[in-house]
Ligand binder design. Sequence first.
Ligand SMILES: [Zn+2]
Length: 236
Amino acid sequence: MVNKTGVTSTVPVGAVYAPDSPLDWSQSAVPGTTVLDETVAPLASWSAYVAAGDVLTIIDVGGNQSADCLIYDATDHDERYSVPDTIAWQRNVYVDTGTVLRSNLGNPLMTVVVNEIPRQDTIGGACSKESNTLRYGYHTEFQHGCRENFLHEAGKHGLGTRDLVSNLNWFMNVPVEADGTLGIVDGMSAPGKRVAVRAERDVLVIVSNCPQMNNPCNAFNCTPLRMVVVTPETSR
Ligand SMILES: [Zn+2]
């Protein structure tokens, strides 16, 4: 479309999400006592400490909304989520129920206990201003990406650019073809779909509600996320 300045843009001016978007706010995927229940606005960032044993449910309220995610040990931020450790230990590139999300030291940080879509991605990485400009052109330069969201949120916890590592992409579909080719294609999620992860130790979780509007990862309609942390009944 053409915006107010007459420049052709893939992003409608002032767009948040389509007013007729179907939204399903769902509930925690596991029963328990609610510790935290927050909404992440479209395009925004979020972070929280999750205590060992508690379960974080991430709800894809509008469907096919990528929740880019980083995890750190709550006290030793140098121990953080590691894509190669997670993949190598489980000998599979997809994240699914039962996947142990491991640190750069190979230790369990969190475990996926509920997953309501066929698979979750941890290969596709995060978008950024720089990658947007390279991939989609200079007219996207004003858009912030997940990396900027990560930096904004990390700064609240004393972390910076050196602390940003490869991430998880909840609700993003990055199929690995038989020949190893990767794609970023239409999602397999839907409004109200959930993923739930149990903290195996006290952790810091940072999420970017992906602002990307130039490829299908968010179905070209950025929608909210709901984050619910509970202390499960069974752990009492
Ligand atoms: Zn993104």
